[in-house]
Design a protein around this ligand. Structure first.
Ligand code: CP
Ligand code: NVA
Length: 307
């Protein structure tokens, strides 16, 4: 019997052991790319990318990454496809997955990507939903490992919205054995049920973002208003005014603490320019690593543990 299809819909879809494998493969694949070594394990394979929200990094990293692995991509948007004209998601999944080998989707509710996956013949990857952004945290932890070694036992400070990125950090902490210090304005807290974690053992909540950053190994944040929440923009600007990662916050973190941001960033809102453009920031490595980590992810989903 053929083994069941693996999807990557949330961070908890893989085990700690599989992450160890992915981080190793990402390093190998990155090295080959930097050495201009041709590596085409996905020749003749096709990735469909479905975007219901805007993207720069996710689009470029998946598209360039798939070509570098010898495959090709098909790019779909809501407006330019029948998805925007109410074709059922189940029908779209059945059709698209008969023609391609892998599907990446960026959409709104997590339920939508789950319904797609349920009717797909091929692996489905979450390229961001309202609830989760697993590919980003995959790249972020790979970046942390490159700079500082294992993340196990470390403290990650999350300053800002209890959003898709925060939820995914919480899942990662539970799975990989580190702690998240979360500070959000009231009304924007993380919700353990939405985050899909079993207990509160791997995170601590702080009212004051300075306290969340104290002693942290990594400080990270995200936009005040995520895609899909634009109508709340003005209210959020007021609520989040004190949740701007500044040099004072970086000073109370560990002296060798890193700063990460999934990007796009708004300097002067969730982060000061001196921090994101400062010496502790690794945001450009983080963005580049989306591509290397996702190449390892696509290789794993299609070929398993290659030797
Ligand atoms: N970080 C990230 O997912 O960026 P894009 O929205 O540009 O894809
Ligand atoms: N939380 C942000 C991340 C963008 C990459 C959003 O969902 O818009």
């Amino acid at each position: 019997m053929a083994s069941p299809i693996r999807h990557y819909l949330q961070f908890s879809d893989f085990t700690a052991d599989e992450y160890a494998w992915l981080f190793e493969r990402a390093a190998v694949i990155k090295k080959k790319f930097k050495a201009y070594e041709k590596y085409h394990p996905l020749a003749d394979r096709t990735l469909a990318m479905i975007f219901e929200k805007a993207s720069t990094r996710t689009r470029v990293s998946f598209e360039a990454g798939m070509y570098q692995l010898g495959g090709s991509v098909v790019h779909l948007t809501t407006d330019g496809s029948q998805l925007g004209r109410a074709e059922p998601i189940e029908d779209s999944a059945k059709v698209i997955s008969r023609m391609v080998d892998l599907v990446m989707i960026r959409t709104f509710g997590q339920d939508k990507i789950e319904r797609f996956a349920e009717h797909s013949r091929v692996p489905v990857i979450n390229g961001l939903t309202n609830e989760f952004h697993p590919c980003q945290i995959l790249a972020d932890i790979f970046t942390y490992i490159e700079h500082r070694g294992s993340i196990r036992g470390k403290v990650v400070a999350w300053v800002g919205d209890g959003n898709n990125m925060a939820n995914t950090w919480l899942q990662a902490a539970e799975l990989l054995g580190f702690t998240v210090h979360v500070s959000t304005p009231s009304g924007y807290e993380v919700d353990q049920d939405v985050a899909g974690i079993r207990s509160s053992d791997s995170y601590k909540v702080f009212k004051d973002p300075m306290d969340a950053c104290r002693g942290a190994d990594l400080v990270t944040t995200d936009v005040w208003t995520s895609m899909g929440y634009e109508a709340e923009n003005e209210a959020r600007k007021k609520a989040f005014a004190d949740w701007c990662v500044d040099t004072e916050m970086m000073k109370v973190a560990k002296p060798d603490a890193l700063f990460m941001h999934c990007l796009p960033a708004h300097r002067g809102e969730e982060v000061e320019a001196d921090v994101i453009d400062g010496p502790q920031s690794v945001v450009w490595d983080e963005a580049e690593n989306r591509m290397h980590a996702q190449k390892a992810l696509m290789e794993f989903l299609l070929l398993g543990r290659v030797s």
